[in-house]
Design a protein around this ligand. Structure first.
Ligand code: AHG
Ligand code: MN
Ligand code: MN
Length: 343
């Protein structure tokens, strides 16, 4: 039995509560014959992210800050916490029989677990630690994940085919932000729900049920240092937003951890952009484990996500670490962005 199932009302001060595990089991009742495998799979993610958050919370006290001394497949310097987070997800998920393939930002190739077994029904793709350049300065970081069904038909012996599916095929997706509190946000296609980790009991408790993104916000979020190298339609759009074209004044916020910048956008509305730049014509963010889970959550909360040309969830991936521009946010900001990107 997991820690979450052992929580008693007394341990949370007698208040009514729902743990993430209970919530998932409840949601599964929609599917007659559901085996509970999916909730077992998700408990691997919640366990790993609890281990990661415990390490993040003690960063500075233990020897976990700084570079690992290696460079990952993206050519980026790996932080020790990137490696630790990757190991925890790997460890917790590779024990789940229902998972056939795992793919991570930190591993060049997808990892085959037991993909030939008929019990293996899912692939999990993740960015173990997003925003890791922020770790050493105590700024929010997170984990993003995407869950896909095993593909049907020919060619499914190839691990890559398990994960090279458009985001619209995600069974569930979500993220955890290690911020002022630790929050897990997830959707299995029936609403977007947030669970805050109660550190006293070690359980994620439902704190944000059925999150809806406001139709319009007051923040835009983009790294404006690159403005001169954005395509002209992005510059024109940002000028439009700043000059009151959307009928209200805007402020800017940019943390540099996509997951935290998106979490604010989800709760408060507005828009987050990581456009193409001259140096990175496909943007910086990775389609499978950054843009797709964020786009899935955004759409299920009433928002939108595009790469500037098409819906993020419609992009058919060609490679595991493929990058994509990402523009995600509320209806009003996104509708206006589409006018600029089409013109
Ligand atoms: P990661 O730490 O997983 O490599 O991701 C970092 C990403 C993302 O979180 C953030 O939005 C972006 O890098 C920030 O990049 P810039 O410094 O170029 O703005
Ligand atoms: Mn990332
Ligand atoms: Mn990362």
């Amino acid at each position: 039995m997991s820690t979450e199932e052992m929580v008693t009302p007394e341990s949370v001060g007698g208040e009514p509560f729902v743990t993430v595990q209970q919530h998932i089991l409840q949601e599964q009742k929609r599917f007659p014959g559901a085996s509970g495998e999916f909730s077992w799979l998700l408990s691997g993610i919640t366990l790993a992210t609890k281990l990661i958050q415990a390490k993040v919370r003690r960063a500075g006290l233990t020897d976990i800050l700084g570079d690992q001394g290696d460079v990952n497949v993206q050519g980026e310097v790996q932080q020790k916490l990137d490696v630790y987070s990757n190991d925890m997800l790997d460890h917790c998920l590779s024990m789940r029989e229902s998972i056939g393939v795992l793919a991570s930002e930190e591993n060049e190739h997808p990892e085959i677990i037991n993909h030939t077994s008929p019990n293996a029904k899912y692939a999990v793709v993740f960015d173990p630690l997003d925003g890791s350049s922020n770790i050493d300065v105590n700024v929010s970081v997170g984990t993003t994940f995407s869950i896909l069904h095993r593909p049907f038909g020919e060619g499914t012996d190839d691990a890559a085919s398990w994960v090279l599916q458009p985001g619209s095929k995600q069974v569930a997706a979500g993220y955890v932000v290690y911020g002022s509190s630790t929050i897990l946000v997830y959707s299995a296609g029936y609403g977007v729900h947030g669970f805050t980790l109660d550190p006293a009991v070690g359980a994620f408790l439902l704190s944000h049920e059925n999150i809806r993104m406001p139709d319009q916000g007051k923040y835009y979020s983009v790294n404006e240092a690159y403005r001169d190298s954005f395509p002209p339609q992005y510059v024109k759009y940002l000028d439009h937003v700043r000059s009151g074209g959307l009928g209200r004044g805007y402020s800017s916020r940019y943390i540099g951890s996509m997951v935290a910048d998106f979490h604010r956008t989800l709760l408060k509305g507005g828009i987050f952009l990581y456009p193409p730049t001259e140096e990175q014509p496909d943007g910086k963010l990775r389609l499978l484990y950054e843009a797709n889970p964020i786009a899935f959550i955004a759409e299920h909360a009433g928002g939108k996500a595009t790469n500037g040309h098409e819906r993020v969830l419609d992009i058919v991936p060609k490679s595991i670490h493929q990058r994509t521009p990402l523009v995600v946010g509320s209806q009003v900001e996104m509708d206006s962005f589409e006018v600029f990107s089409n013109g």
